[in-house]
Design a protein around this ligand. Structure first.
Ligand code: ATP
Ligand code: MG
Length: 171
């Protein structure tokens, strides 16, 4: 049995990690799909598809799930009505999709694919939006991501990048 977990992972955080551990108890193999993979260097999507792939593999290694998982990027298509077939055409086969995102849930359900929601883990802090805000404000963002992900973001200069792409020429 193979489960698919999809997100933008900007960045990958401990909420994602909690979901993943739960999925690992329910299925044998996990396909992790990096959505909006073509996006990078913007305030909402600071990291490239490849950088997010590295973050996720580092985190998977940390929790011993790397051998059971594959990480794959997925570009956006600007047509929600055919997005589920786009997904199917681009990633390894899967039996069930895990998501808490309302649009993903709707599109997957309409395509006749089984969807499972997971509990929300400390959503007030384990949230990409919150973490990107903390990064811009010099806050305690490293506490909200796996250690290996914090190291990787420092290594690639992720915070200076996010600050740079969030500024305008009036700042
Ligand atoms: P953003 O605020 O940028 O949208 P996010 O934290 O929602 O970031 P996504 O990559 O959009 O991260 O999320 C991927 C999937 O993980 C979605 O289904 C989302 O609902 C779910 N998710 C995100 N945070 C948590 C959490 N703390 N607990 C459980 N599920 C979560
Ligand atoms: Mg989200």
């Amino acid at each position: 049995m193979r489960g698919l977990y999809i997100g933008r992972f900007q960045p990958y955080h401990l909420g994602h990690q909690a979901v993943l551990k739960k999925i690992a108890q329910e299925v044998d193999e996990i396909v992790i799909v990096i959505g909006s993979a073509q996006e990078s260097h913007t305030p909402e999507n600071p990291f490239t598809g490849g950088e997010r792939m590295e973050m996720i593999y580092a985190a998977l290694t940390e929790v011993g799930l790397r051998e059971r998982s594959v990480v794959t990027p997925l570009q956006d298509i600007q047509r929600n009505s055919v997005w589920a077939s786009h997904l199917r055409s681009m990633v390894p086969r899967f039996d069930v999709v895990y998501s808490n995102n309302p649009l993903v849930i709707q599109l997957i359900t309409e395509a006749g694919i089984e969807i499972r929601r997971s509990p929300m883990y400390q959503r007030e802090q384990y949230s990409g939006t919150v973490i990107r805000k903390l990064m811009r404000e010099n806050g305690e963002w490293p506490l909200l991501v796996p250690d290996s992900v914090a190291d990787f973001i420092r290594e690639i200069g992720g915070v200076p990048r996010l600050n740079a792409v969030s500024r305008s020429d009036r700042d």
